[in-house]
Design a protein around this ligand. Structure first.
Ligand code: ADP
Length: 482
């Protein structure tokens, strides 16, 4: 079932909430005004009763009932204000009754019968409303009851006007609110619709497309910016993957065609056993290099997918460097290079993945061998510092030009492709080494002078068993080179 659009739901909610608020506000204002106006009328009645009390108190207490009656008539008969007034004594004798009282409440004309006793409200013969006040007055031995009233139709007229104002204004306000909320939500949601439409049109073929720029400074702007940043990241990673795949297939095609050509040439005619052996040796070495390349590609693919995880354990760093150096001694001898090892005598511990660390050293030493002409020198050095051990591989080889230095850690980057082809490097070694370094929370740094040599170094944090050890006295000892 299709949902009601958000903007309609928002508007409906807004109208319901607004109506409830208006109704609550209208009712409270109505009640407040009514209470206030009635209180004012009651106040006037109280004041009138008080003047009657004063008048009676001012009379000589020895006057007879008839004399008091005369006094009261004289005082109040002509006064317009007291249209609704009646006074009686404790024996139920009328002392005063205004004309209106007699006319409209004849039933109460018997002596002692109050017209309005017990009622706060009363309607007269014209159905006009009266507010009634009954007040007992005790003066010495005499008791009187004063009953007075006043029209309160004015109060109800004012309330009616108030109701009318509300009746006309409230729907007007509601309409404005509903239209306002409809258009605001429509405008806001139009942006969401635009974002949805663009997002729907983006696929792997147009990953460079971006969502429309919104300058509203609100959540929608943040949403579109966040989605655009996400697209940026996806595009970059997609581009990396695409380039990697293209480079990898290109790199694999070259040795495969070499193997094929070698085999085809060998099979073209009958050859001697020596010639076959020579062809097969070429094919074998090419196949071996291809395996190494495939292994590197697989490792990089695993690092990208997060499947390649290193396990860092405390290990004896100096011992590891020594075994690596021993392994490389014969290799450098065969390459006619001098291989010096400058490693401290004392042992220190680091947190590292042993085989990954060996791989980094192997990659750096192999590069030093490849890019140093015979007769040159390679040094494997370790220097212990207060908090770390710095490991470096230095060579007196061909060096690297300044503009290439920034790229040598990029995948498939080779400084001189034709020369490297001869060396059979695919440009993956340093990017793999840098990844391993980063997993060890460090970075490989390179310094190089073209024609003079290069120095690749990285530092590993020392693991301490006893933090109180005096580092400086310890350093002079540990840095003694073997
Ligand atoms: P490769 O397999 O081509 O050696 P690397 O990623 O290990 O790939 O190195 C990238 C490039 O950096 C190499 O092609 C080479 O040009 C340059 N390079 C690496 N190490 C050295 C070095 N010790 N001396 C000179 N150039 C080097």
């Amino acid at each position: 079932m299709r949902q009601i659009p958000i903007r309609v739901r928002l508007t409906a909610w807004y109208v319901v909430v607004f109506s409830l608020a208006l109704a609550a506000l209208g009712t409270s204002v109505w009640m407040l005004v009514r209470q206030r106006l009635l209180a004012e009328s009651e106040q006037q009645l109280q004041e009138r009763a008080a003047t009657v009390e004063h008048f009676l108190a001012a009379q000589n207490q020895n006057l007879t009932i008839d004399q008091i009656r005369d006094e009261l008539r004289e005082e109040y008969e002509t006064e317009d204000q007291v249209a609704w007034l009646q006074i009686l004594d404790q024996n139920g004798n009328w002392l005063f009754r205004s004309h209106s009282m007699e006319q409209f409440f004849p039933a109460a004309s018997h002596p002692g019968k109050l017209a309005l006793r017990g009622k706060r409200w009363q309607a007269d013969a014209n159905h006009q409303r009266l507010l009634v006040l009954e007040k007992p007055i005790i003066l010495g031995r005499r008791q009187y009851t004063v009953e007075t009233a006043s029209f309160i139709d004015g109060v109800y007229r004012s309330l009616k006007e108030l109701e009318l104002v509300f009746f006309w204004l409230a729907p007007g306000f509601m309409l404005i609110a509903a239209l306002g909320s409809y258009f605001i939500s429509k405008r806001a949601l139009a942006t969401v619709d635009a974002i949805t439409a663009t997002a729907r049109s983006i696929s792997d073929r147009n990953l460079d497309a971006r969502l429309p720029l919104i300058r509203s400074g609100d959540e929608l702007q943040r949403l579109s910016e966040t989605l655009n940043e996400m697209l940026e990241r996806i595009e970059r990673s997609f581009e990396r993957t695409r380039r990697f795949t293209a480079d990898a297939s290109h790199e694999l095609r070259t040795p495969m065609s070499l193997i094929r050509t070698e085999a085809e040439i060998a099979l073209r005619k009958t050859r001697t056993a020596d010639e076959y052996r020579q062809a097969l040796t070429h094919i074998l070495s090419e196949a071996e290099r291809t395996s190494v390349l495939i292994e590197s590609l697989l490792t990089l693919a695993r690092t990208d997918s997060g499947a390649e995880l290193l396990h860092l354990h405390p290990l004896m760093c100096v011992a590891l460097l020594r075994t690596v150096a021993e392994d490389w001694n014969p290799v450098f001898a065969e390459a006619q290079l001098t291989f010096d090892v400058a490693i401290p005598a004392a042992e220190i511990r680091v947190n590292a993945d042993e085989s990954a660390l060996r791989r980094v050293l192997t990659l750096l030493l192999d590069n030093a061998r490849k890019y140093t002409p015979p007769g040159g020198r390679v040094v494997l050095r370790a220097q212990i510092k207060p908090d770390e051990i710095e490991i470096s591989v230095e060579d007196s080889g061909i060096g690297i030009e300044r503009e290439d230095l920034a790229h040598i850690f990029d995948r498939f980057y080779r400084v001189d492709k034709s020369r490297s082809r001869a060396q059979r490097g695919a440009g993956l070694g340093l990017s793999l080494a840098q990844w391993i370094a980063m997993q060890h929370h460090t970075e490989i740094v390179v310094e190089s002078t073209p024609g003079q040599g290069s120095r690749f170094s990285f530092a590993l944090a020392r693991l301490r068993t006893n933090p109180s050890t005096d580092i400086h006295s310890d350093l002079s000892e540990t840095n003694k080179v073997l």
